[in-house]
Design a protein around this ligand. Sequence first.
Ligand code: TRP
Length: 485
Amino acid sequence: MVREDNDSRHGMWSSRLAFVLAATGSAVGLGNIWRFPYVTAESGGGAFVLIYLFCVVVVGLPIMLAEIIMGRRGRQSPINTLRLLTKESHASGWWTLIGWSGMLVGFMILSFYSVIAGWTLSYTTTYVEVIVTGAEGIGDPQAIFGSLLGNPWKLLGWHTLFMALTAAIVAMGVEKGLERSVRILMPLLFTLLLVLVGYGMTTGYFDDALVYLFKPDFSRITPAVLLDAMGQAFFSLSLGMAAIMAYGAYLPRNIPAGSTAMTIGLADSGVALVAGLAIFPIAIANDLTTGGGGVGFTFTTLPYAFNSMSFGQFFGLAFFGLLAVAAWTSAISLMEPPVAYLVERTRLSRFQAAIVVAIAVWLLGIGTVLSFNAWSDYKLFDRNFQENMEFIASNVLLPLGGLAIAIFAGWVLSKADTRDELHEMKAATYGIWRFLVRYVSPILVFLVFLSAIGVLNLNSESDLAMPAETESAATEETVMEDSAE
Ligand code: TRP
């Protein structure tokens, strides 16, 4: 059925660029700037990067395209979009669960995302203070980080501020809030990133970082690394919880969805790689390993490096400012679907809906705040409250959501409908998309899901921590490759 364009009642993006900036703002977040470099380091650099990029193209982009065209066909919040599309396709109402699960996951991710984003706000202000007072550095990063995490009131304060900032943008609406904010924040983000890479180039270790990121060591690749790369691609592109679907609802029909999705994917991976090129030279120059894991690396190791660098306080400010901005534009996209839904279903104004959602997320976030202090010993399945939220959201519900979205777009929506949405695509490109979304993505995502819930048990820590020697000795090819070198 060829569809006429109609505007979403929530507003519309004013241009293709506006949508690209908003969706890129959603995708580029804490996941790109601290998780990507750290996971890359643990998984052996270049080979991981290669597989990650493969996953972005083969699994991520097809599902992103599916979310965009589903959103654009429905023109409503994800739940009501799915309600409409299932009705049109005479499919089971159960598919609406994609929207409900997405809303739930959005709440869960946002609740801990906000607390961690609060840390970036805290560090940003610390660096401003250092610069204003002319102090040498920020002091002992380990002690600073420890005293931040140990103090629930501090954490709660920053969490509250971050939620307020996020709700304020969402409350102002699609054009005046979302679009206007990304038009300012995304150029700022790119500028900060370039400043950091520029600095990285002057450390004299830029080449080492390049080799590290792009020279593949295939002996480090295990099934666990493969699946890790896939999970990273998923989370980084904001897929699986209908956030991109919500943004797709505001996309005018005359804008080609295919090339637009490509641009967003490219920008997201580009930022991850460039962030790696900014961080690794600094880390190598200061002889710092990424050992301590994601959280520790970003909030303690890098500040140590900044302390010992000339103008380090300015780069500290640029780095944590960058993280804060990236987290902010991602949080906005996590909040939009439930706010749009409340506006559709209740008499609440967008402003009131944003406050209601913010309060609910804020309350849930208290669990994360306490996970780092008062509740740190309360564990279920060996994970504290925050870790359980993150596990259930990212490792269980996101992959399931992505799987369902791929199946919906590939098998439930008719070929005529998806072809209508993607009419500007060449027949061959459309054919590839449909094949990927019907067969390849669901199967690969299903494998990720199995690994995430531990059925395949490939993701165990011990597997990742295995020294490179042991791994390469395990296969004959790599032994031969080693001796040939
Ligand atoms: N993509 C963001 C990051 O890399 C996080 C994020 C924002 C997200 N919205 C999302 C993840 C929706 C999954 C689903 O940090």
